[in-house]
Design a protein around this ligand. Structure first.
Ligand SMILES: [Zn+2]
Length: 417
């Protein structure tokens, strides 16, 4: 689809940033008839189009969630059935309500612990995988290289609502030479993607902006991608070894080069402080598996810093600072024996099905007996909390008080409340 020439833009900024780089509100009408995606928003990582542990009816109950990410390798290369089906991946996985964004990250093994997508290129030792033939991905049938022509055949068979161009993702550990090589391939492949996309497809194209840790290459990548007829941008290669400060510098440098009315997406980050950092730099969409990652570790998110309910602080489970099993103060380790007979919900102020029907002691029991219902109940709560976090972000951006939310988050991380 045409970006700059589209008379009916799919993405609209409804609350401009106060400065050239800053938080903003938007709406993405990805496909006619579907719910609009409010931004800053969350794009959950999926496995074959499904958020792990959640059936479609449970997913429909997650508030403010209108789009999902679909990894390339989940259906690759077996798309014959989808091609014959002909109605797109949303109908194929019986989820007509959400819009699907297809992404193509290289093989690096499943990395849910980083909060990003399912499969990523991770370290410098894999630089050799950057090849002009395509991107190496790990599929159900083993590791394979996907060239840009095969990628577009796959895209057209799946029929997502939006997709990112194929790109050899570069981490901040990669050398300048490799980063430059990846930059050139990224642009070549983007051109091929655009050439092979039928005008009538209706799919939105996100051009990938790479450049690793090199600010000048990031800027050049952004400048060159802007010249193409894309509908938005995927700022790639984050959550792959850069420091917090480095990421901020890189994001600011990129965003300055991007047109103000195109959607900007980041993958590979997902912790709340990382999300706020991206939003502060004008990012619209975060592709993350953060809640599911917590679920699979037996952890429950406790975002009481959002101020959902005053009762939450009094009646919900109290986070204890400095417990060695906790990654940070925003998560409760439900496997901890202290919760064995605890009759309280995970969070008293939370309105999710789990918190309104079950105690943390029951979920502890389910985890102890390896019942899969434990993961279901935990992910209902975790996705609910995470979506409310993004809703709070939008509320604070609208009110110009995002700094206040960040202060409360930092206080929670420091003091566990
Ligand atoms: Zn809950």
């Amino acid at each position: 689809m045409a970006g700059a020439s589209d008379p009916h833009p799919w993405f609209m900024v409804v609350h401009e940033a106060a400065a050239a780089v800053g938080p903003r509100l938007g709406r993405a009408a990805v496909k006619p008839g579907r719910g609009e995606v409010a931004t800053p928003g969350w794009l959950p990582a999926t496995r074959k189009g499904c958020v792990p542990h959640l059936t479609p009816d449970l997913l429909a109950r997650v508030p403010h969630l209108d789009a999902l990410q679909l990894p390339l390798q989940d259906f690759y290369p077996d798309t014959a059935a989808l091609r014959g089906f002909g109605k797109g991946v949303g109908a194929f996985v019986v989820d007509p309500d959400h819009s699907f964004f297809l992404t193509a990250f290289a093989d690096g093994g499943a990395a849910p612990e980083r909060g990003g997508c399912a499969v990523r290129e991770v370290t410098a030792h894999e630089e050799g995988t950057i090849a002009k033939e395509g991107v190496a991905v790990r599929t159900g049938g083993g590791r394979t290289v996907v060239g840009v022509a095969a990628y577009m055949d796959h895209v057209l068979a799946l029929g997502p609502d939006a997709f990112a161009s194929l790109a050899p993702e570069i981490s901040c550990l990669s050398s300048r030479k490799q980063t430059q090589k990846a930059h050139e391939l990224t642009l070549q492949w983007l051109d091929t993607c655009l050439q092979r996309l039928p005008r009538e497809s209706g799919m939105r194209v996100l051009g990938v902006v790479g450049g690793g840790r090199h600010v000048d290459l990031r800027v050049r990548s952004a400048q060159e991608t802007v010249k193409r007829n894309v509908d938005g941008f995927l700022l790639s290669g984050f959550g792959l070894g850069e420091s917090f400060a480095e990421r901020e510098t890189l994001l600011a440098a990129i965003v300055k080069e991007l047109p103000p009315h195109h959607l900007r997406m980041v993958a590979g980050v997902g912790a709340p402080l990382e999300v706020l950092q991206c939003v502060e730099q004008g990012v619209d969409l975060i592709n993350s598996a953060y809640p599911t990652m917590a679920t699979e570790l037996g952890q429950a998110l406790n975002f009481s810093f959002l101020g959902v309910s005053a009762a939450a602080a009094e009646g919900g489970v109290q986070i204890q600072v400095g417990r060695p099993y906790m990654e940070d103060a925003l998560k409760v380790n439900v496997r901890e024996r202290a919760y064995k007979l605890d009759p309280r919900p995970i969070s008293l102020g939370c309105e999710c099905y789990t918190c309104t029907h079950h105690s943390i002691g029951y979920i502890h029991h389910l985890l102890s007996t390896h019942e899969m219902l434990a993961s279901v109940l935990l992910n209902i709560h975790n996705t609910h909390q995470y979506s409310l976090f993004f809703e709070a972000i939008r509320t604070h951006v609208r009110a110009g008080t995002l700094g206040e939310l960040k202060r409360r988050l930092l206080d929670a991380l420091k003091h566990g409340r």
